[in-house]
Design a protein around this ligand. Structure first.
Ligand code: DGT
Ligand code: CA
Ligand code: CA
Ligand code: ZN
Length: 577
């Protein structure tokens, strides 16, 4: 049974939400929100509380206590129902659009009768927004962009979120004696940047108990389908999970089929057909006799089709089959090839962990070098100063003795200003081992200006790595626009590495851009941009993204030995170190 506290918290939060749409006064919604949090975090179950005991909960005054009590008695709050009646549900969806917000959503509802996202789209397209005061062309464009983004990100989750859920579920399923093998397939195994649903595979001769357990796991909110071959559930987090049980003998064929991508599978099936074979999730068969040829491992199936094993991260029909046939499949970067992380933060700026904790975690990753790159002063919130930076450098030097097998590098993440300049004069920059430079402000310049800005930063002999080059935040902020070819050419020419930022909401550069940049002869740095010690293992998402961009360890500067890395970092700086 869920605690009454949670239901009360949800009701009070909704009340606060609706209040903030309907009133000008920000204090009332805030007080309901604070009360909601206090109830949610209150240790005792409040189901049997009277008004007096409710008032003893922090942030709960007499009026709120009354409403909570009403809810506990009747399961509803009259005042909440009244607010709900004033705002159609469609309008509440509008308030969630970034750049619109509650107040302006209400204005549109009252003046244009717009009561859903679809109606808003229609109003924008018909130019009706211009009739409303304060809604210019720019606002209309922003709204369109936000809606597009919301649509494309709809119901897909970041890869790390899906991976956590999948690993949890596999842990549970692996406890069953009926389970011979268990793994995840689909877009998650291909490590796509967002995941629509999780596809789990289990090898078992007894699907019944496996499926029964699966649909009754605590994380399950709703069962969509429950069968012997396939079951589907919706988790409490709203993520769909499909589980398929297959025979151990057909594990390889099943894994291939359900890993996809669909486009990759279609190409394989066509190859099979040309040889008089049929490929499906049960195996590779001879068409005429129906005789099974291979099914047990992926390697065998690929081999019988005349192909080497193709890593899941490459299975997107982006030329991997042609390359494999020609014997030119790249040997892609692996986690074990990565020798260090070149973009990390500490609590000297916006990180959570002190330097010592980050270094301990880095040592745990078995790195042979590790760079600390806290933010430079132009990002004003961070309050960086020359003195703080130099003091950190001294501490790093002192700590080096603790890590005999890991070379500590001192760096910084510089801010690229609108003209392409960066923080600090050359003399100061010369003191660092490695410098990342990133766009953190003014994302909306014209494409030409943005291209010039970035190229100029890369021409700076002290800038080694262009950090998160497109500055996108998946589902939140679109990429900045610049001339990709020009920037990639400049990166190759100036000896500036492009970052493959492995933080799950960035994955920047993304796979397609990496593939493109690689053809220009660009080098890459696969980093985590860690802001806390548990972020360091995000390297796996950086590595997966690098794989999806076909990078091998020769392309990746932090897979190189330190001496070679140092030569790259020197970048023809005026004064040799
Ligand atoms: P997602 O879930 O949108 O992130 O992407 P996927 O690739 O995981 O797609 P999903 O879950 O629909 O299916 C998982 C894999 O199963 C897919 O990559 C290929 C295979 N598959 C599923 N349905 C079909 C189908 O109708 N035809 C073919 N050829 N393959 C399919
Ligand atoms: Ca899927
Ligand atoms: Ca699926
Ligand atoms: Zn950054």
């Amino acid at each position: 049974m869920p605690r009454a506290n949670d239901a009360v918290e949800a009701a009070l939060l909704e009340y606060a939400d609706l209040l903030s749409i309907l009133t000008e006064d920000p204090h009332r919604p805030r007080s309901y929100e604070k009360a909601a949090r206090a109830v949610g975090g209150y240790p005792a179950d409040i189901a049997d509380f009277d008004v007096k005991r409710l008032q003893a909960i922090p942030n709960v005054g007499s009026s709120i206590a009354g409403k909570i009590h009403e809810f506990l008695q009747s399961g509803a709050i009259g005042a909440l129902e009244e607010l709900r009646a004033q705002i159609p549900p469609g309008v509440r969806a509008l308030t969630a659009i970034p750049g619109l917000g509650p107040k302006r959503a209400m204005v549109l509802y009252e003046q244009l009768g717009v009561a859903s996202v679809d109606e808003l789209l229609a109003a924008v397209n018909e130019g009706r927004l211009a009739e409303v005061k304060g809604f210019g062309k720019k606002t209309a464009d922003n709204i369109l962009r936000s809606i597009e983004q919301m649509g494309s990100a709809e119901r897909r989750v970041l890869v790390n979120v899906a991976l956590d859920v999948a690993e949890d579920l596999l842990g549970e399923l692996n406890e069953l004696k009926e389970v011979r093998r268990a793994t995840y397939a689909g877009s998650l195994r291909r490590m796509a940047e967002t995941i629509g649903d999780i596809d789990l595979l289990v090898a078992s001769a007894k699907p019944g108990p496996v499926m029964d357990r699966f649909v009754s796991l605590p994380i399950v909110d709703r069962v969509i389908a429950h069968g012997d071959a396939k079951s589907s559930v919706l988790t409490k987090g709203g993520l769909q999970v499909d589980l398929r049980v297959i025979a151990k003998e057909a594990w390889g064929a099943g894994l291939m089929y359900f890993t996809g991508s669909k486009a990759h599978n279609i190409r394989l099936r066509e190859m099979a057909i040309r040889e008089g074979l049929r490929l499906n999730e049960y195996g590779l068969f001879r068409v005429k006799s129906g005789k099974l040829i291979v099914a047990e491992t992926e390697e065998e199936v690929y081999a019988r089709l005349g192909l080497p094993f193709i890593p899941p991260t490459l299975r997107e029909d982006r030329g991997e089959i042609e390359a494999a046939l020609a014997g030119e499949l790249p040997k892609v970067l692996e986690q074990k090839d990565v020798r260090g992380d070149l973009h990390t933060h500490t609590n000297l700026t916006d990180g959570l962990a002190p330097l010592e904790e980050m270094l301990e975690a880095a040592a745990g990753m078995k790195y042979s070098y590790y760079a600390v790159t806290d933010h430079a002063p132009q990002l004003f919130m961070q309050r960086m100063t020359d003195e703080k930076m130099l003091a950190q450098r001294d501490r790093l030097k002192a700590l080096q003795a603790t890590y005999p097998t890991m070379t500590l590098l001192h760096g910084s993440e510089l801010n690229i200003d609108p003209e392409g300049g960066v923080d600090w004069p050359e003399e100061f920059l010369a003191g660092f081992d490695v410098l990342v430079a990133s766009v953190h402000t003014q994302f909306n310049m014209s494409k030409d200006e943005m291209t010039r800005r970035i190229v100029r930063a890369m021409e700076n002999p002290y800038v080694n790595i262009l950090g998160h080059p497109t500055a996108r935040l998946i589902g939140k902020r679109p990429p900045i626009e610049f001339d990709l070819d020009e920037v990639f050419r400049a990166a190759a020419r100036t000896g500036t590495a492009l970052e493959v930022n492995g933080f799950p909401d960035r994955l920047d550069l993304k796979d397609e851009h990496i593939l493109w940049a690689r053809r220009h002869g660009v080098k890459f740095a696969v980093d985590t941009d860690s802001h806390a010690s548990p972020h360091l293992p995000h390297m796996r998402f950086g590595v997966a993204t690098a794989q999806r961009g076909w990078l091998s360890k020769d392309d990746v500067i932090n897979a190189w030995p330190l001496a070679k890395l140092r030569r790259f970092l020197d970048k023809g700086r005026p004064a040799a170190r």
